[in-house]
Design a protein around this ligand. Structure first.
Ligand code: IPM
Ligand code: MN
Length: 352
């Protein structure tokens, strides 16, 4: 019996969460496991009504769960940053979800803006460090608002934080068992302290993985190669900020935000799964948003729970639907189907 916390969140978050859990439920019925969900209403509306973003008690409850599913966070009437930092980043940090895992996989039948590249060429995974770097929130202002203002935002890289992330990436590369090639994406030519640490740790840990081929790519070159030669990548490991940026590019080359899923993991304890996309306020309640990213995130959640059969069924169902060419366009409002219809199709396919 699994306990799953649901944070549907803002905008279209609840709609995509419904479809994701519809498919998750179909996988549970099909493969025979049980689960319970507890829903939390954290997000913009609750904040505007009560002033509360995320109480400490919720974090304690999250720690007791097997997994957390998050729809989307971000509200047009709330100053940007309050909810993102207060809910999403705080949960990542306080639950020490130090890995942000983001597959970049082009399914057959999905359009990519990269000319002459297909599913054979676009199939890699990005391991983003998820608790440190420029996201650590260390810094401050001096002479705020004056002509002499100084703003400092520190990039935090700890030996422990870098090592556990790099080690996870090596293990994943081995487990994935494809090209068995791990690329460190950094900026060691400029960040000669922070990313020197990353390189040293990468080399040291890499020495324990004789079966894994390693290389380095500067982040600017990485963006170039992701477009020009995406087939060069198997697994990429990178810091928090670079991971944030290159995974949006990754989402675009795999077919867009309608399809890109992610997991925030602490391999030793709990994990939180979410589509990469935001709350898309203008589509709220219209039943037009693409739920596939959220459904794939639920598939990743199944995998994390050890429900590999269920995870395989979801991946297969998503892949079959996309390959069928039934969906005209993966963008919201242009799919030719409603959000719920896409969820139904995938759930039925999982059940069959
Ligand atoms: C992401 C998002 C978040 C991030 C924002 C919403 C804080 O862009 O999950 O990639 O920067 O990590
Ligand atoms: Mn991002």
């Amino acid at each position: 019996m699994y306990n799953i916390a649901l944070i549907p969140g803002d905008g279209i978050g609840p709609e995509v969460t419904n479809e994701a859990m519809k498919v998750f439920g179909a996988a549970a019925d099909k493969t025979g496991f049980k689960y319970e969900t507890i829903e939390y209403d954290f997000g913009g509306d609750r904040y505007l009504e009560t002033g509360e973003v995320l109480p400490n008690s919720a974090l304690d409850e999250f720690r007791q769960t097997d997994a957390i599913f998050l729809g989307a966070i971000g509200h047009p009437d709330v100053t940007p940053g309050i909810l993102e930092k207060g809910i999403l980043l705080r949960t990542r940090f306080e639950l020490d979800l130090y890995i942000n895992l983001r597959p970049v996989k082009l399914y057959p039948g999905v359009w990519t803006p990269i000319k002459d590249k297909g599913p054979e060429e676009i199939d890699f995974i990005i391991v983003r460090e998820n608790t440190e770097g420029l996201y650590a929130g260390i810094g401050g202002f001096l002479k705020h608002g004056t002509a002499d203002e100084v703003a400092i935002q520190e990039m935090i890289n700890t030996r422990k934080g870098v090592e556990r992330c790099v080690r996870y990436a090596f293990e994943l590369t081995r487990k994935r068992n494809k090209a068995k090639q791990l690329t460190l994406c950094d900026k060691a030519n400029v960040l000669t302290y922070a990313h020197d640490l990353w390189r040293r740790v990468f080399d040291e840990v890499g020495a324990e993985y004789a079966d894994i081929e390693t290389d380095y790519a500067f982040v600017d070159a990485t963006t170039m190669w992701m477009v020009k030669n995406p087939e060069w990548f198997d697994v990429i490991v990178t810091c928090n900020m670079f991971g944030d940026i290159i995974t949006d590019l990754g989402a675009m080359i795999q077919g867009g935000m309608g399809i890109a899923a992610s997991g925030n993991l602490n391999p030793e304890s709990v994990a939180m799964f979410e589509p990469i996309h935001g709350s898309a306020p203008r589509y709220t309640g219209k039943n037009q948003i693409n739920p596939i990213a959220a459904i794939s995130a639920a598939g990743m959640m199944l995998d994390h729970l050890g429900e590999t059969e269920g995870a395989g069924l979801v991946d297969r169902a998503v892949s079959d639907l996309l390959a069928s060419g039934e969906i005209k366009d993966l963008a919201a409002g242009r799919m030719g189907f409603t959000t719920a219809e896409i969820g139904d199709k995938i759930a039925e396919s999982v059940a069959s």
